[in-house]
Structures are given as structure tokens and as C-alpha cells.
Design a protein around this ligand. Structure first.
Ligand code: SIN
Ligand code: CO
Length: 393
């Protein structure tokens, strides 16, 4: 499995890709996803951009040397928005389309060689001729998958927070772009870009690009969760103490040994593996939109639920919910869904399958289906909307 080569990765094995390209350098793969053209359509994306709860933007403009002018609008949009757009040089961006369009689930499953928790979302961009989001860099890894039409991509220099940006209140467009490589992507082609590589894609006919983006929490975000966890555990009675104090030359100094002790107080709180994995797992399993809760399904009896599985109906995971598990030091495992820990039957294979797979095949659950506790627990997840069957009930 480790050495198996994948057409998704242009004939590289998963490990070769990870060793040579992941977080290191761009990779172009022709015909990585041959059926990408059928994934969605301009009309479907425009339809999503009318919805209140879906994050969408329209960017009008093009890079024309010093004259470049960009206008950004935030959705939800309406028919009037689309009537007022110019014929060319605009782009519609729709975020997290995989939450609303289940046809993206099998696509995401192809990237199983990467940790699922690193996946942020699939963003779609529909561009009219000449449309672009401008020269920029992102702080995350992205696989750019060409759906409809063709896009001319240039990749440039490695950027960082000191890279000069154009003056714009809302956009982070690069002032300078040093083209290193360029390609025309056609339907089915894919370009992998590591974080902070300058890139610039221009539609050479009206086209759709899907960006499978990966999240990487910053130190500030992790520190925020750490602080919240410390506050939740109320450690106010644990205090600085100095029983070995030595006489000081300066009474006005905050000396190095005091600083060292403060550091030690923080390290002690980090050095508790179970506590650390608990708040990290809650952080990592937070849904993309923090106030998100899946819509509940109409309740089913455990028998009715089981009969669907007996009939070979796959169980789908709610696409906007995040499932992860952690392995404790005592070899037990803990399950987290959407930022909360969930109790679960003592069945590690069930919990790991639930977290690894976006679609649960009844055949993989079959050995467990005689267990009433497991059925009832899965049914609870179903009723709460974390799992669903793809049929009209
Ligand atoms: C696009 O597809 O237009 C933008 C995607 C990106 O640059 O990350
Ligand atoms: Co980008």
C-alpha cells in the first residue's frame, strides 16, 4: 500500500509525494481527477452563493500593472448581483462547497494519505474570461483541481509576512511576482502548492477551479485554547512560590530565576498528556463555522436503523462535522465530534472507522451489528444528524 503508485499523484507513491513535495515544492499532475469536470457547474455555484449560510465572495478586476483595480463583494448574492456584473474579469468564490455537495466526498477520500483533521474545506472558484483572484500567497497547502475550462497558473517566489503587498483595504495581493513556472490547467488537471508559494491563476476561458485547502493552526490559535483550558480548570490557587529565595542585590529586578519559575508553572500545565490531548482534540475537531450544529434527523427505532444497514445502505457522515479520535497512554481511545468529547462503546475499531471514513460501508460494520449497544449508539449519532442515509425517509 505504501509503495503503490497513484494516478492522483502522477504515478508517485503516497510516501514519495510526502517526502519530495508535501510542504516543499509544487507538483503538477495532468489528469489527476479525470472526472473533475462533472463535479459541479456555474449554475450550481451561483445557486449556492444566494444562500444565507454559505460563505461566498465576488471579486471583480484584473491585474493590469499599476492600474490594477479590484472590487470585493460579500455574499449572499441575488439575481441583481449577477445582472450587474461585467462580461469578463470577475470571479465567484464559494467556500466549503463539500459541506453542501456530497459529490465532493469521494474526491476528498482520495486524499486519505493525509490526516483528515488537516483538511479545511473545498472552495470553488468560477471565473469569467480573464477572471482571477490576483497574485497572492496562502498560509496553507492547497490542491488546485481544474473542473471546467482552462486556467493559466503561474507560481512564483516563497513569501512571508514581510512580502510587499498592494494597497487594498480587503485584499492581500502581492506587489511583486517572480514567475518560476507556469502551466495551463485543463479539466482534470491538478496543481499542488505548499504554503506561502506565490501563485496567480487567470481564466483563459470561463472556468471552475476547486481548491482543497488544508488548515494549520497558528501558535496564537493554539495558545488561545491552552489559555481557555487553564481558565476552565481554575488554577487560581496554584501560585508562584519562592521558599528558596536568596538575598537580592536589586530589589527592583524581576530576576531570571523568577522568570524561570513562571515558565515552569506553564510547562507543568502543558506536561499533562491526557489534559493536553483533550483540549487539542477539542480544538482540532471544532467545526469550520463555530456555531454549526447538524440538523437532527427524524428519530428511528434501533430496529429500523439496523434494517437500513442490513439492506446495505451506506451511512454517510455529516460533511460539515469533524470527527477525530486520540489514543490515550492507557491504550483506550477518545472520540471528539465538533469540539466536544463523545462517550462511545468499548469498540476501538468502530470509533477509528467512524473517524477514518467519510462513508461507512455496512460491510465494514457488519461484524459489529449483532451488538445492541453499538446499534443504539450509532442510531443516536444518526438521530443527532452526525450520520445520515442517502434516501428519502
Ligand atoms: C482560484 O481558484 O481562483 C483561487 C484559488 C487559490 O489561489 O487558492
Ligand atoms: Co491561493
Amino acid at each position: 500500500m505504501k509503495n503503490e503508485t497513484l494516478s492522483l499523484l502522477g504515478g508517485l507513491s503516497r510516501q514519495q509525494f510526502l517526502d519530495e513535495y508535501w510542504q516543499k515544492k509544487p507538483l503538477l499532475v495532468r489528469q489527476a481527477i479525470p472526472d473533475a469536470q462533472g463535479l459541479s457547474s456555474p449554475d450550481e455555484l451561483a445557486g449556492l452563493s444566494l444562500e444565507n449560510e454559505i460563505e461566498s465572495r465576488i471579486l471583480i478586476g484584473a491585474e493590469k500593472g499599476k492600474q490594477s483595480q479590484w472590487q470585493l463583494k460579500h455574499g449572499p448574492f441575488n439575481d441583481e448581483t449577477y445582472h450587474s456584473l461585467p462580461e469578463n474579469e470577475w470571479t465567484l468564490l464559494v467556500q466549503a462547497i463539500n459541506f453542501y455537495l456530497p459529490q465532493f466526498t469521494p474526491l476528498i477520500s482520495q486524499f486519505d494519505f493525509l490526516p483528515k483533521w488537516r483538511i479545511d474545506d473545498v472552495m470553488a472558484s468560477y471565473a469569467a474570461l480573464g477572471g482571477s483572484v490576483g497574485p497572492h500567497f496562502d498560509n496553507y497547502d492547497v490542491f488546485l483541481i481544474q473542473g471546467h475550462g482552462k486556467r493559466h497558473w503561474k507560481v512564483g517566489q516563497l513569501c512571508d509576512e514581510r512580502s510587499s503587498l498592494q494597497e487594498h483595504p480587503d485584499l492581500r495581493l502581492l506587489k511583486n511576482f517572480d514567475t518560476q513556472e507556469e502551466w495551463i490547467l485543463e479539466p482534470g488537471d491538478m496543481l499542488y502548492l505548499p504554503p506561502r508559494i506565490a501563485h496567480f491563476g487567470v481564466a483563459i476561458d470561463s472556468c471552475i477551479t476547486y481548491s482543497l485547502g488544508f488548515t494549520s493552526p497558528s501558535t496564537s490559535q493554539v495558545a488561545e485554547y491552552f489559555c481557555d483550558n487553564v481558565l476552565e480548570r481554575d488554577l487560581s490557587s496554584k501560585r508562584y512560590a519562592d521558599p528558596s529565595l536568596t538575598a537580592q542585590g536589586h530589589s527592583g529586578v524581576l530576576d531570571r530565576s523568577a522568570i524561570q519559575q513562571f515558565k515552569q508553572m506553564l510547562i507543568e500545565e502543558l506536561d499533562k498528556p491526557e489534559v493536553l490531548s483533550e483540549w487539542l482534540a477539542r480544538m482540532i475537531s471544532e467545526p469550520k463555522y463555530s456555531d454549526y450544529n447538524p440538523a437532527e434527523n427524524d428519530p428511528l427505532s434501533d430496529d429500523a436503523f439496523l434494517s437500513f444497514l442490513d439492506n446495505d445502505e451506506p451511512l454517510y457522515r455529516d460533511e460539515a462535522s469533524r470527527f477525530i479520535f486520540t489514543e490515550n497512554e492507557d491504550n483506550t481511545i477518545a472520540l471528539y465530534i465538533n469540539g466536544s468529547q463523545y462517550s462511545h462503546p468499548d469498540c476501538p475499531e468502530l470509533v477509528s472507522t467512524l473517524c477514518d471514513e467519510l462513508i461507512l460501508k455496512p460491510s465494514s460494520l457488519r461484524p459489529l451489528l449483532h451488538n445492541k449497544e453499538i446499534i443504539s449508539w450509532l442510531n443516536q449519532l444518526y438521530c443527532s444528524g452526525y450520520l445520515y442515509f442517502d434516501l428519502e425517509l
